[in-house]
Design a protein around this ligand. Structure first.
Ligand SMILES: Cc1cc2nc3c(=O)[nH]c(=O)nc-3n(C[C@H](O)[C@H](O)[C@H](O)COP(=O)(O)OP(=O)(O)OC[C@H]3O[C@@H](n4cnc5c(N)ncnc54)[C@H](O)[C@@H]3O)c2cc1C
Length: 438
């Protein structure tokens, strides 16, 4: 097991496979807006080592690929990453599932799945995140009919606070409470996901979608394809990413104009002004699901790389009103914004999911890396969205009053009971869980 002490200068190349840069980067999250308060990061190489570590450590939390902007993964105790547990991708073709090592990145899993003829139903905007970390915060892509990535989970194996390895399956009571668990129930070592036969996708981008049309024809726009995202900088640039599944014999060609927008004449980056080089192929060229559903390619920096993010998920019934409420703040938002993305997600039954009990529209903000400038604007957006019961994305930045957050999760009391069973001494607790879950 590798253990890195974080309260001393990082050692020089303790592990020949790791650079000094990689070691020191483990002190901060991907965006660099958070320095973890943990004293050590452990990377066990076997489940047995992990069980022993958990059982003897007073405060410990699982760390994924560090892509959360919030302090959801942080702790003043110790962190443990499952990224170096033996890699595992085991397809059960009869059950249509794959069991994977929890620390695997979606991009790596997807390529192997595709090689074997299978696919996941959806992916987030980037393939760089770990499966366990994404599932733990209800990470989502887009698509009226697509649940978030956690809805594909059919089973979990996790190490509980007492070091026991526990297996949970979808048909068991409380399973729906254990999937989106914010790291609060244990350290997940393996995840079983539903798979579907591999499919191809074509994506096209439309320039200059009128904002009025987004509000007037919201449902039509998001029902137009398997996955649709609308990006706007609230300062004149609005584009939409439209991703169609290619079914056998599909003779689809994109309309040159759609909803008042024009078909883009070249590849685009969702962030205005950024090069399209790091984006998955567009212009209607068919390609494998894993190389079209994310906006960004695995080998490159996703998004702009220098950013903060926030996102609020509102019930579909309120989507147009919520979009209108944000539009009224356009002049306040634009100066500190890189881009805003609007997506849709199907409802689910996972207790702490941002789409629990309702289909949602996600109003996402990629901010400039200016926390002081962003904070007051974020608070204004939160006030504007309060009447719509907006649930903040657990992994992104928000300042909503914790009591209000708690009110927006009807199964919170059930989750607290579950935590009491899995982690009676609060071994996996942290300030974030204390704040928002009580
Ligand atoms: C550039 C960028 C683009 C993004 N795009 C999207 C998007 O398209 N859609 C979206 O919804 N979100 C998006 N996000 C947010 C991101 O998907 C979430 O924050 C996600 O949780 C990050 O996963 P991670 O592996 O980095 O986990 P971390 O941030 O390291 O941890 C997140 C949570 O997972 C828990 N966790 C991690 N591993 C385990 C484990 N083995 N067992 C138990 N708990 C564990 C941690 O304790 C913590 O509570 C994006 C983030 C970035 C930086």
């Amino acid at each position: 097991m590798r253990s890195i002490l974080l309260d001393r200068p990082p050692p020089r190349r303790r592990d020949p496979g790791r650079t000094l840069l990689a070691v020191s980067a483990e002190r901060t999250n991907w965006a660099g807006n958070l320095t973890y308060g943990a004293t050590r990061v452990h990377t066990p190489s076997s489940v047995e080592e992990l069980q022993d570590l958990v059982a003897r450590t007073r405060r410990i939390r699982a760390l994924g690929s560090r892509h959360s902007f919030s302090d959801v993964a942080d702790t003043t105790g110790e962190l443990v990453s499952v990224a170096e547990l033996p890699p595992r991708v085991e397809v059960d073709a009869a059950a249509r599932t794959v069991t994977v090592a929890a620390g695997l990145r979606y991009g790596d899993l997807a390529e192997e799945l595709h090689r074997q003829g299978w696919a996941l139903h959806n992916l987030g905007s980037l393939p760089h995140i770990s499966v366990a970390g994404a599932v733990a915060t209800a990470t989502h892509g887009s698509g009226d009919g697509n649940g978030n990535l956690a809805t594909a989970v059919a089973g979990l194996q996790l190490v509980r606070a007492d070091g026991e390895l526990v297996t949970l399956r979808r048909d068991e009571p409380d399973f729906a409470g254990a999937v989106v668990a914010l790291g609060g129930l244990g350290v997940v070592v393996a995840v079983t996901l539903d798979v579907v036969p591999a499919f191809d996708v074509r994506q096209v981008v439309y320039d200059d979608l009128p904002l009025d049309t987004v509000a007037e024809r919201f449902d039509e726009i998001f029902a137009a394809a398997y996955s649709v995202s609308v990006f706007t900088d609230w300062a004149g640039t609005t584009r939409s990413w439209v991703k169609h599944r290619v079914e056998d014999g599909d003779g689809w060609t994109p309309d040159p104009a759609w909803m008042g927008a024009r078909l883009a004449d070249g590849p685009r980056n969702p962030v205005p002004g950024m090069p399209a080089l790091n984006c998955t192929e567009q212009l209607g060229v068919a390609g494998p699901w894993y190389d079209r559903l994310p906006h960004f390619r695995l080998g490159f920096t996703p998004s702009s790389g220098e950013e903060l993010q926030s996102e609020f998920l509102v019930a579909r019934d309120h989507a147009v009103e919520a979009f209108g409420a944000v539009a009224k703040l356009a002049d306040r938002i634009a100066p500190v914004l890189q881009v805003c993305e609007v997506r849709t997600v199907a409802g689910d039954d996972l207790w702490l999911s941002s789409s629990y009990g309702r289909g949602v529209a996600g109003l996402h903000f990629t901010w400039t890396k200016d926390p002081e400038g962003v904070r007051p604007v974020l608070a204004e957006i939160e006030r504007a969205l309060a009447p719509y019961d907006a649930r903040p994305h657990w992994g992104k930045l928000f300042t909503v009053d914790p009591a209000q957050v708690r009110e927006r999760y009807p199964r919170l009391a059930d989750f607290r009971r579950l935590r009491g069973e899995y982690d009676p001494d609060g071994r996996f607790g942290n300030a974030f869980l204390h704040r928002y879950l009580g």
